[in-house]
Design a protein around this ligand. Structure first.
Ligand SMILES: NC(=O)c1ccc[n+]([C@@H]2O[C@H](COP(=O)([O-])OP(=O)(O)OC[C@H]3O[C@@H](n4cnc5c(N)ncnc54)[C@H](O)[C@@H]3O)[C@@H](O)[C@H]2O)c1
Ligand SMILES: [Zn+2]
Length: 360
């Protein structure tokens, strides 16, 4: 088991990463001072895979538990579902001190996190991420949100969990597409911060995809410590934290234009490709580093082309994105492997040109 601390001015917390961690949840919670009532928020699929057993263990340890289920899918990351959850929490007489366990992928983490942040002005939140994407990214850093009026993550709040427990054993049941999806964020960490890690991913890609436990634990841990260190320096996303958005300026636009048919990781993969090409054209990134980034994305099984999406619509969506400074879209541009710069001077004409080049 590996432990990583997210150091914050207030509300620091620990991420634990390892095998068989979910078996230890009751004693870990008791160690945090929780004893009686708690709520597990999950979806029916993850509930049947991991929730039932977790619940049985908690009951055995003397907890009074309630499993609250939300249907599976991004469409349910909504205020409406949050409303249902508040009602159910009231029904089970949850109090402000009742811990909420968010069990599932990024959708569940964002929704249950938002509910925990707002129910009675904030109940203790424990993240139990079960997708690669959630273990390496969404469960860390305290961003919670729901989608609203067709806009992604439109309503949300920064709210740090009390603890994150990433049991890498749970990844074994993950469909291949979701493993690939999570790999986009893994590659992102290499590009933005750590050349050695980038090379490690390049060399062990096949084994990573097979999810061999020791290796996955190492990979998840490295990602978590990079994110923890960035979040520690800029909890509220006012500067440095922007670098975590490498690939996300075009990525979010791709998600929007595809009506969320593209998975987040796939969209980010195309976005990372576009940002690498833009950076190269601006004379910032060398051709060989650009090729290395694009090859790794491709070899991971992620898309590097827009496929059936209209580049003009993607460009329009970029202009509407919330990641802007002084009215200019913000791009995170690789300088070399392991280093990026935040840039708001990318010309729209260049973005347009690159988008049409990667249009298939
Ligand atoms: N808060 C943040 O900082 C942050 C960062 C990145 C992404 N996100 C959000 O995360 C969401 C995407 O998360 P995701 O990619 O984890 O998708 P997801 O939560 O939809 O999970 C993908 C699918 O895998 C299933 N699943 C989960 N765990 C499983 C397991 N162990 N075995 C089998 N199936 C399992 C889920 O039920 C779902 O069908 C998006 O809403 C995105 O906006 C948030
Ligand atoms: Zn992301």
């Amino acid at each position: 088991m590996r432990q990583i601390k997210v150091n914050l001015p207030q509300n620091s917390y620990e991420i634990q990463i390892g095998q068989g961690l979910f078996e230890q949840v009751p004693e870990i919670l008791i160690g945090l001072g929780f004893k009686s009532r708690l709520a597990i928020i999950t979806n029916p699929l993850v509930g049947s895979l991991y929730g039932d057993r977790l619940n049985a263990n908690l009951v055995k340890a003397g907890f009074q538990t309630a499993i609250l289920e939300v249907p599976d899918g991004e469409a349910y990351k909504s205020l409406e579902q949050a409303g249902h959850l508040y009602l159910q929490l009231s029904k089970i007489q949850a109090e402000r001190t009742t811990p909420i366990l968010a069990l599932g992928g990024g959708v569940m983490g964002d929704l249950a996190g938002f509910v925990a942040a707002t129910f009675m002005r904030g109940a203790p939140l424990i993240h139990l991420p079960t997708t690669l994407l959630a273990q390496v990214d969404s469960s860390i850093g305290g961003k919670t949100a729901v989608n609203h009026a067709g806009l992604k993550n439109q309503i949300g709040v920064f709210y740090q969990p009390r603890l994150v427990l990433a049991d890498v054993d749970t990844l074994r049941t993950l469909p291949e597409i979701d493993v690939t999806n999570g790999l986009a964020e893994v590659i992102k960490y290499g590009v933005i911060q750590d050349k050695v890690f980038f090379t490690r991913i390049e060399r062990s890609l096949a084994e990573i995809k097979l999810l061999s436990s020791g290796l996955v634990e190492e990979i998840v841990s490295r990602c978590c410590s990079i994110k923890a260190q960035i979040v520690s320096q800029d909890e509220k996303d006012l500067g440095l934290r922007n670098i975590l958005n490498y690939g996300h300026t075009v990525g979010h636009a791709v998600e929007t234009v595809s009506n969320f048919k593209w998975k987040h990781g796939q969209a980010v993969a195309v976005g990372m490709t576009a940002a690498a090409i833009i950076s190269n054209r601006m004379g910032i990134l060398s051709g060989s580093d650009m090729e290395a980034i694009i090859s790794l994305i491709k070899n991971a099984g992620l898309p590097v082309k827009l496929k059936d999406l209209d580049p003009a619509k993607v460009l329009q969506a970029i202009q509407h994105d919330k990641k802007k400074i002084g009215g200019q879209s913000l791009f995170i541009l690789p300088v070399s492997l392991g280093e990026v710069v935040i840039n708001n001077k990318v010309s729209l004409a260049l973005v347009e040109q690159v988008l049409s080049e990667i249009n298939e």
